[in-house]
Design a protein. Structure first.
Length: 263
């Protein structure tokens, strides 16, 4: 019997482009990401610092405007739009992979390699964040119809009432669904668009199929990303100077491990 006859039938689109990976591979991705971070030096740090400073300025602006209740939404929304921020790190890792010296200018302009799909994906992620913010406010309003939106009142209502536990349960479920959709569609699609100049649909479908065929490993990888990014956020954003480049570079190596190169 030939090798072709031995292979299981391909029932998913682009299945032939997906490698099978294990949880052990995720640690190799992190190790490779850390090496890229060190090799990228000030370029990786500077690129990550742009988003850290932007996050701090937005948080301070919301606080000064009396909109403290939106800060938590912004932080959770950051996890949704995070994949769009990693494209520059992918470009740095690709430069290192090709033996080229990384450039901040190339990292900032990496979207120009495939502008329509990359910008379209970024806009789609922003839309997800807006939808999440709207849903969160609506869930809060339905759960606490008589609670004001100042920070202290919200914390008291959420942390010290039965309604608060209901709000957290529903909010976590809704946010989790959105996060899963973003992760499945974004974990490999952005580097595919950058590296192969693939179209939006092809890249997203390939990413979804890659997650579906490696579900347990990719679930572990998603939790790893959340823990690392969350640690950076807990450190008052400053920790993101370290964790954001690490995740960004490691995501490039995750793409290399997941997706077979064309040809």
């Amino acid at each position: 019997m030939s090798d072709t006859e031995d292979r299981p039938p391909e029932v998913l689109p682009y299945q032939d482009r997906v490698n099978r990976v294990t949880i052990d591979d995720t640690f190799q991705w992190l190790g490779a990401g850390w090496r890229d971070f060190k090799a990228g030096g000030w370029v990786s740090i500077s690129y990550g610092l742009i988003f850290v400073v932007t996050g701090i300025l937005i948080t301070v602006g919301l606080f000064l405007a009396g909109l403290e209740y939106l800060i938590a939404l912004m932080i959770s929304g950051f996890l949704l739009v995070g994949p769009a921020l990693t494209v520059g790190f992918h470009a740095i890792s690709r430069d290192l992979e090709h033996g080229e010296r990384p450039s901040l200018r190339r990292a900032l302009s990496s979207w120009r390699a495939n502008p329509a799909p990359l910008l379209g994906t970024g806009l789609a992620l922003v839309l997800f964040m807006i939808v999440w913010a709207r849903l969160a406010v609506m869930i809060f309003a339905l759960t606490f119809p008589y609670t004001s939106l100042d920070l202290q009142s919200m914390l008291n209502a959420i942390l010290f009432s039965v309604e608060g536990y209901i709000f957290l349960t529903i909010g976590t479920a809704v946010g989790g669904v959105l996060a899963v959709l973003v992760f499945m569609g974004g974990v490999a699609s952005l580097p595919i668009m950058l590296d192969e100049r693939a179209g939006f649909l092809e890249a997203v479908v390939t990413s979804v199929v890659a997650v579906a065929l490696n579900f347990r490993t990719m679930l572990f990888w998603a939790m790893t990303i959340v823990v690392i990014t969350g640690a950076g956020l807990i450190a008052g954003y400053i920790g993101l100077v370290l964790t954001l480049p690490l995740v960004g570079h490691a995501s490039w190596h995750a793409y290399r491990g997941l997706i077979k190169r064309k040809g």
